[in-house]
Design a protein around this ligand. Structure first.
Ligand code: ADP
Length: 257
């Protein structure tokens, strides 16, 4: 009888612990959803006035009334405003891809087309920096099941990071392949690399490495958070291999389309 009482006591205790844990998970989920809504609302509210500021700046910049220091101040304001728009757009995208009420509707997406566009857009800046970006053309079409706009951001964020964190003289290689039911996007660089500790934290919103060479580059820590959320909602996965001072390889596996 003693044993039965003891077991019953344990069972009740376990049930209570389970209930408490369940409650905690629900509370955390509610807080996370509140945080997402807050970020999205603030980003929306900031974007409208900022768009108006940029319109006025553009008007002033094209006016013949301004020259010299005034003109360069206007340029600096314009650059700052553009950067703010990029951060706001990243915040909006982050909340969109994390929103359970915005499910993914996968369609066949030709990844080579996306890679070509992304690399085209970044080539000028990369060349100016002394970084060569190479794309290995796949022998057969590589088609993923997903959302083209979101996959474009995955590719753009990985390639722009590779260029950003690779010093003058280094190379970045982008390749595509098929592996059974999955397709694979690989971005390799010869850059500053990432420590093992930092690799484990990549994808956390706002995380930036404290490596001085990384800190020297502008950034928000939102790029890889977007990548990991997009990859997760595509039921894909990402693998990161990196050696400090030698370079990094990011591999994204996605379901084939
Ligand atoms: P951001 O580049 O805006 O800081 P990301 O979310 O894209 O934000 O990246 C997070 C951090 O991961 C960066 O701050 C950088 O420290 C590190 N990182 C990302 N990609 C690379 C890379 N290819 N090589 C070295 N470090 C990288």
């Amino acid at each position: 009888a003693l044993d039965i009482g003891h077991d019953l006591g344990r069972a009740i205790l376990n049930a209570r612990t389970f209930e408490r844990e369940h409650q905690l998970v629900e509370e955390l989920q509610a807080l996370d959803s509140y945080k997402g809504q807050l970020i999205a609302t603030v980003a929306h509210e900031l974007k409208n006035p900022l768009t108006s500021v940029m319109g006025h700046l553009e008007m002033l910049e094209s006016s013949p009334d301004f020259s010299g220091t005034t003109r360069s101040s206007l340029h600096a304001m314009d650059r700052g405003a553009r950067r703010m728009v990029r951060v706001i757009d990243d915040l909006l995208l982050l909340s969109k891809v994390g929103d359970a009420e915005n499910p993914l509707i996968p369609v066949p997406v030709d990844l080579y087309r996306i890679v070509e566009e992304v690399v085209d857009l970044i080539t000028v800046a990369a060349t100016q920096k002394g970084v060569a970006v190479q794309v290995e053309k796949p022998v057969e079409p590589v088609v993923a099941a997903g959302d083209a706009t979101e996959l474009d951001r995955v590719c753009a964020n990985l390639v722009s990071n590779a260029v950003k964190y690779t010093p003058d003289g280094g190379a970045v290689t982008v390749s595509l392949g098929r592996d059974g039911d999955e397709v694979l996007l690989t971005v390799t660089d010869e850059g500053i690399g990432i420590s093992e500790q930092d690799v484990a934290r990549l994808g956390t919103e706002f995380f930036r490495s404290s490596n001085p060479e990384a800190v020297a580059q502008p950034g928000t820590g939102l790029g890889l958070a977007i990548v990991s959320r997009v990859v997760a909602r595509h039921h894909g996965r990402m693998e990161i291999e990196s050696t400090l001072g030698a370079g990094s390889t990011f591999r994204v596996f996605l379901p084939a389309g």
